[in-house]
Design a protein. Sequence first.
Length: 190
Amino acid sequence: MTKRVNILVESPGLFTSIQDLGRKGFRNWGIPQSGAMDPLAMQMANSLVENPVEAPLLEMTIKGGRFRFMESTYVACCGATMPIAINDKTVSPNGTLKIEANDVLSFGYAKAGSRTYLAIKGLPNIEPVLNSYSTHTLSQMGGFKGRNLEKGDVLEWISEEGDQRIKHIPQKYLPNLSPTQDFEKHEVEI
């Protein structure tokens, strides 16, 4: 049975877009590949929610967003070290997280690294462009309306209902990330 999950973007963060592994084979026509900047973190997040490793997800850069889930689902966050909370209660990255209907998932500024990936069980209800869901903002191609996410956007993710195992990635398999600039000292309203 198909399940639909609607996600309200309460705050998009600094630069949040839908990405996958990119559109390959079109550069000779002037079409950029796009895609996730950290494919390993992207693939790890997808594997935690039992998506295909190349499935589209949300890529957040330097400052993460705030998302209200209208229905229950499973998510996973991998990549840069960003504070993560469900309903303002801190949770750990690199593991499967259960989201209940009306929960708010929020992210802070990156402490190490710069991009965090939010995998949501299933696929976004958008059409791929040239075999990819990746957003390329300059050409306004792919992703959600060809742009970064904005406050008030509503995303729809579609998955098959079924059991989900809760998994974690052991620390020994995670990369050591360099600390980033302290962006919180220069916080701006987004």
